[in-house]
Design a protein. Structure first.
Ligand code: NAD
Length: 565
């Protein structure tokens, strides 16, 4: 499994600038992005190679990491490195259009796809958990999820518009959530960017402090009473403000439901982003943060049972909030299923966020487009921000996001940006960035990728493909076709993962990253990849019967052979 080096390793930090040691920008970019994933500014637990999301790793061991870095530096521009669950396993002669790296992480044959079997194999050193962008080297710190979370809360606000007399922001509402980790830590800022007040619960004080340091959380209250008083005052005043409190959500949520029912506090929106997808990464009631690691390792089955029982109490309170009229949704961490396994019969009473808020965007191929400046120069991101705003002048929400992100987002690791763009939009941005690299306007190449949580790249019945119109939730051919097509279209690295944000047995998903190095060849690749990749999202939603996807396919010229059959 994970190596236990005797001496602590120096912190990893990706090289910056326009000079490279690898033989192509493709290999150099993969190397820098692997390193960037493990930069202490970016990774949650870099010493264990854990980037985010429970145990999502960038490489299987430090030996494997060193071998990947060495191999990428030696890789010829017509060779491809294969990575099997974080370990470099082969180099093959391909061609210049082929990806420099092909990655498969955490995949198991169906009947073997359980957490105990996965952990057994991980313990033997045969696999690792890749999450979504950890093992595929395109995690960009908390900002990555900030945009998706901002979009989600903006959609929640729109869904409440009628109830709230036409207001389409969150001013005057209070959101309750838990989980201040790599992903969950984006929630308070996403809510305040939408104008709302938010109370964030985490068992680990250090996580809350880190979010305050990075400007994602305004303050941490000394106790629950103080947190409730502060959050309620902000709600009353229509103030955008976030407060954290240390506590176990399985206890704090039921307590707040009691206070809400008694009229002592009013909570409008409830969700959760603890690492519930992995029961060992969810702290049960009665276990302290200090005992956590040992308790989980010494008896994982017993720990799992306790975690699920606590999740049942946590989710029962969320259902209670829904019964009391709040807008409640699962934010993509499988907590409903884990709570159901823990004995909460009504766990699925509230929806997942994708069918509730995101699917209409997926039908247009819209999803989390992201890019990173390999120069390390924040000015490159400021320039690309302006270029994107100019490319889509009619998109007011995009403009608002870019303005707020430019002002509020603190870069972690290499400077990066994310915004949601759709089919026939993303390639325009990619080509523009490539021109800016070619002309010298930018100080170095730009890496362009996305989350695996995208329109056409994931099969995940508790999240992205929950409640598909045709019942095709668990069909996993789609992400495999997405990965194959991106490979055939010129992506720089392509990955196929299992598990991701919802856990072993529950999802199959794919990623792509393509480098804009300013060459004519890069432009050709970018045009194809950034058209085809979101195109698979439109295709997938056409096939499932979504009318908006059919319109988009017709309007924007996507060929789907049996669309009108
Ligand atoms: P993380 O492991 O970095 O952080 C999880 C946090 O939950 C930690 O701070 C931990 O202390 C806290 N926690 C655990 N048990 C708790 C409890 N009982 N009460 C209160 N706090 C508790 O994970 P992350 O990267 O922030 O991801 C969180 C979850 O969101 C994961 O399940 C992940 O797979 C999922 N996820 C969702 C999306 C999405 O788009 N919605 C995207 C990525 C990941």
């Amino acid at each position: 499994g994970v190596s236990e080096d005797a001496t602590p390793r120096p912190a990893v930090r990706a090289p910056r600038g326009a000079a490279r040691t690898a033989k192509s920008w493709g290999a150099e970019a993969a190397k820098r992005m692997l390193m960037n994933n493990l930069d202490p500014e970016v990774a949650e637990h870099p010493e264990d190679l854990v980037v985010y999301g429970g145990t999502g790793r960038a490489a299987r061991s430090w030996e494997a990491y060193d071998a990947i870095v060495r191999t990428l530096d030696e890789l010829e521009p017509d060779e491809t490195l294969l990575v099997q669950s974080g370990k470099p396993v082969g180099v093959f002669r391909t061609h210049e259009w082929a990806p420099r790296v092909l990655i498969a992480n955490s995949n198991l044959v169906g009947d073997w796809a359980t957490w105990p079997e996965f952990r057994r194999l991980e313990h033997l050193g045969l696999t690792m958990y890749g999450q979504m962008t950890a093992g595929s080297w395109i995690y960009i710190g908390t900002q990555g999820i900030l945009q998706g979370t901002y979009e989600t809360f903006a959609a929640v606000a729109r869904s409440l518009r009628e109830r709230r007399g036409g207001r389409d922001d969150l001013a005057g509402t209070l959101t309750l959530t838990a989980g201040a980790g790599g992903m969950g830590g984006a929630q308070p800022l996403a809510v305040t960017m939408n104008g709302g007040a938010v109370l964030l619960v985490d068992v680990d004080a250090s996580r809350l402090r880190r979010r305050v340091e990075h400007g994602y959380l305004d303050e941490v209250a000394p106790d629950l009473d103080a947190a409730v008083a502060r959050a309620s005052a902000a709600r009353e005043a229509g103030e955008a403000m976030s407060v954290g409190v240390v506590g176990n959500a399985a206890q704090v949520f039921p307590e707040l439901l009691r206070r809400h029912t008694a009229g002592a506090v009013h909570i409008d929106i409830v969700t959760d982003q603890t690492s519930a997808h992995d029961p060992l990464a969810y702290l049960p009631i009665g276990v302290s943060v200090n005992e956590w690691k040992d308790a989980a390792a010494s008896d994982p089955e017993a720990f799992t049972a306790r975690a699920r029982a606590s999740m049942a109490a946590h989710v029962a309170a969320m259902v209670g909030f829904q019964d009391a009229g709040a807008a409640v949704f699962d934010y993509g961490n499988s907590i409903r299923r884990e709570a159901e396994l823990g004995g909460c019969a009504r766990a699925f009473a509230f929806p997942g966020f994708v069918p509730a808020y995101i699917r209409p965007l997926f039908a247009e191929g819209r999803g989390p487009f992201r890019w990173v400046a390999l120069s390390g120069d924040p000015e490159d991101i400021a320039k690309t921000d302006r270029a994107v705003a100019e490319l889509f002048p009619e998109d007011a929400a995009l403009r608002r996001w870019l303005d707020k992100a430019g002002e509020k987002v603190h870069f972690e690791g290499l400077p990066a940006r994310i915004c949601w763009l759709g089919y026939q939009e993303r390639h325009l941005a990619g080509l523009r960035f490539n021109e800016m690299v070619a002309s010298g306007e930018l100080a170095g190449p730009i890496v362009i990728g996305r989350d695996h949580l995208d329109a056409g790249s994931v099969a995940s019945p508790y999240r992205e493909t929950e409640a598909m119109a045709d019942g095709s939730d668990a069909i996993a051919d789609w992400p495999l076709l997405n990965a194959l097509l991106n490979t055939a279209s010129g992506a720089t690295w392509v990955s196929i993962h299992h598990g991701g944000g919802v856990g072993i047995g529950r999802s199959i998903h794919a990623g792509q990253v393509t480098v804009a190095d300013g060459t004519a060849l890069a432009a050709e690749k970018l045009e194809r990849v950034l058209t085809n990749d979101p195109g698979t999202g439109v295709m997938r939603h056409v096939d499932a019967g979504y009318e908006r996807a059919r319109e988009v396919a017709r309007e924007r010229g996507l060929t789907v052979p049996m669309m009108d059959a």
